[in-house]
Design a protein around this ligand. Structure first.
Ligand code: NDP
Length: 285
């Protein structure tokens, strides 16, 4: 039989993108399953985005991830879009099938799967989210679509927070409320799942934590962070000190990477291999 030396290409377009570790976990998955796929981490500026999108078909690529600042500007290039990505208004993953660009958003789905891996479901739960940016939006919409009873958005910028609340109310059956972020913001009573969806605590500012009243975090709460570097943030340490169950942002990152892996290859992703590869990567930093 003739050998096939051609690699199937996937990757990510972003700017800045140098610090994006997704390639580490995707490549670990491809190696583990013996797939001849390559994940390329590519700097694409907004000026070059159109040319880069046109190259997808020219290079016969299987798909691509989009990160800052391309998650919204990519929308007009798509032939099809998933329901959640349409509501969120942003796409982080494209698969190319029969010449069609099909967009999805796996950030929020990855978050919900990471919760489920820790035996926590959004269904029937009161969710409180710090932040109203891209990650917050994806998490809020997916948790609401997964049956959360309510979503409270706490954010500095009122318009962004209110817009997200309106979107949840319009497209899902969850209740939604906006709270402006005050000094030492108390966490609302009755919160079941609390999420930091801001970049506060991200390397190289790994000593920082969101300005909330940590005495209002209860041991009954599940507390999660989108920040994955460092894997255990000061926010999670404070929550753990109050007896709350904590879930790191690494789980969300690996789960969304695993979802992308399956979308592109059609194979079940080797989650544990991918997770361990990322842990090793952060250990070495
Ligand atoms: P955005 O810039 O879209 O949103 C950032 C949000 O954080 C805004 O709501 C902003 O508030 C708020 N914020 C920022 N700084 C502060 C501060 N000092 N005090 C209070 N609020 C603040 O970013 P993204 O949502 O795209 O990303 C957020 C984080 O999520 C990043 O660290 C990213 O790496 C991480 N992420 C992790 C993923 C994972 O798989 N674990 C996946 C995707 C993202 P305001 O609106 O008032 O400006």
């Amino acid at each position: 039989m003739a050998k096939n030396y051609r690699a199937e290409l996937v990757g990510v377009f972003g700017d800045p993108v140098d610090g994006n570790p997704t390639g580490v976990l995707e490549e670990a998955g491809f190696t583990a399953l013996g797939l001849n796929y390559r994940y390329l981490t590519m700097k694409v500026t907004p000026e070059d985005f159109d040319a880069a999108m046109k190259s997808l078909k020219a290079l016969n690529m299987k798909g691509i991830n989009l990160t800052m600042p391309h998650k919204v500007t990519v929308l007009p290039y798509l032939d099809e879009i998933s329901q959640a990505a349409r509501i969120i208004g942003a796409v982080n993953t494209i698969v190319i099938r029969e010449g069609k660009l099909i967009g999805d958003n796996t950030d929020g789905k990855g978050f919900v799967q990471a919760l489920e891996r820790e035996h926590t479901k959004p269904e029937g739960k009161a969710i409180t989210i710090l932040g109203a940016g891209g990650a917050a939006k994806a998490i809020a919409i997916e948790c609401a679509l997964a049956g959360a009873s309510s979503v409270t958005i706490i954010n500095r910028d009122e318009k962004k927070g209110q817009d997200l609340v309106h979107s949840i109310l319009e497209h899902t059956s969850a209740n939604a409320v906006f709270l402006p972020w005050t000094v030492h913001q108390p966490i609302p009573e009755g919160t079941d799942i609390l999420i930091n969806a801001t970049p506060i605590g991200l390397h190289p500012h790994g000593d920082q934590k969101p300005d909330v009243d940590y005495h209002t975090i209860q041991s009954s709460m599940v507390v999660s962070d989108v920040v994955f570097n460092p894997p255990v943030t000061p926010f999670l340490k404070e929550a753990a000190a109050r007896g709350a169950k904590t879930i790191s942002g690494l789980g969300m990152l690996v789960c969304q990477g695993a979802l992308n892996f399956t979308i592109w290859t059609g194979q079940e992703a080797p989650y544990e291999v991918m997770y361990q590869a990322l842990l090793r990567e952060f250990d070495e930093m």
